[in-house]
Ligand binder design. Sequence first.
Ligand code: FES
Length: 224
Amino acid sequence: MDPFAVLGLDPDADDETIKRAYRQRAKKTHPDHGGSVTEFKRVRDAYEAIQAGEIDREGDHETGGFADDFGPDVPDPHAPDPEPDTEVTYLNYAVLAERGWSLEDDDLFEKAARADLADRNFGQFTVEGDQSLLEAAEASGHAWPFACRGGACANCAVAVTEGELSQLVDHILPDELTDQGIRLSCNGKPLTDSLEVVYNLEQRDDLADLKLPADRFNKARADD
Ligand code: FES
């Protein structure tokens, strides 16, 4: 599909109209407001392609890049929406305490890559389609902390050091923590093609009051 059509625009729309349409569509489709990750990325990619000049407004599509992704001119109505994947690089917060590293270290992940850490402490996995970060970690064989899986605790908290992870509007984290890039992995979904996250933040003292006993929720699920 034509990226102008994704934003609901005519091909001759001026820059101000394009920006306004993008803001409105991005707000409407943003996962934090109940939208879908796939649709949000589609809107963002359409805007970036128009901004980058990858689309010929006369309808004569260039080769390569976004133009190919959206061509040919007539969309196949039966084609499934592309499911975006995200490559995640993770690091265990416990390693920071052991080695005297900090979340503020600019070279934190470079140091981790050189440190020959065990797979549970450092590595990569892929978030596929509409998975949350926690779901993808579990599907890759990892046992990351969680309790409620519903935004009501900080057991599943991660620090996002690169990329963007969605956040439900209704969640327990105070602004001072979200301003530091702390998100909930149980319902956070990647909004970028790659992510760097430090997981296991439940060990932090400033999250202690926001934690819930995990056993209670595990037992409740076992009794279902
Ligand atoms: Fe409670 Fe994620 S496990 S908010």
